[in-house]
Write a protein of this length. Sequence first.
Length: 280
Amino acid sequence: MMQIEKILNNNVVQAKDNDVEYIVMGKGLAFQKKVGETVDKEKIEKTFVLKNPETVAEWTRVYVDLPDGEMQVFLNIITFAEAVLQTKFDPSFFIALADHLHYAIERSREGISLQNPLAWEVRKFYPREYEIGKQALRLIANDLEIELADDEAASVALHFVNAQKDAGLHEKDHQMTQIVVGISEIVRLHFACDLEQDSFSYNRFITHLRYLAQRIVSGVSGGKNDAFLYEQVKVNYPKSFICTQKIVTYVKSSYAFELSLDEQVYLTIHIQRLRDNIDK
């Protein structure tokens, strides 16, 4: 029997069953309940195993700030995402996502909208996660009557991309770092100069490389091979395109991974931005 150990709010409790600690969520789950009583299983909508008891303080903080309506919507977003991605997310991820969306909603109410510079790439290379982001925006609009900017879908998507990386790629972190360093070095040698590491273009480039490295070690090829765009960057940015071909060869020989045409297009565009920055 699952017994209540701590009530966080009417919808969230910390509970224990067979010496396993849980965070249990559901609408009205703790209404008129007391510590020591049994959790009503019919009201349970989501259960997280509490691997780290210190997380409870974070849960308490989040749910003091979080209106009941928001919590229910965020729960629905997680449930939708788990069905799409066929995976389970831990409590710390829910806290991070709830925090992000809560403050995105607060900003929207104040008329503040933040752009996501990776929005186009997220749409191209992470279509499932991007669709989760779009569904999150739809649920927030329908249930909370708050319209978040389209770029927010990409920001939500990246939370899910990163959560999957954290869950399954820790052992490959070193390899991913090697890929980022290796590609950066190819670019540096190709243009025979040091890259301006404080520049916005460089930071966007490195962020792009981190996600590219993640796709390489996961064996997931991104994009749809847009031949027209490929030919355009080849003609318009010939020097950057040659640099990209060196990267294609490096990735194929070192990691047995074929970069799609779309991957090559985005790499070339990022490299061209770096080159423009160098030429200033």
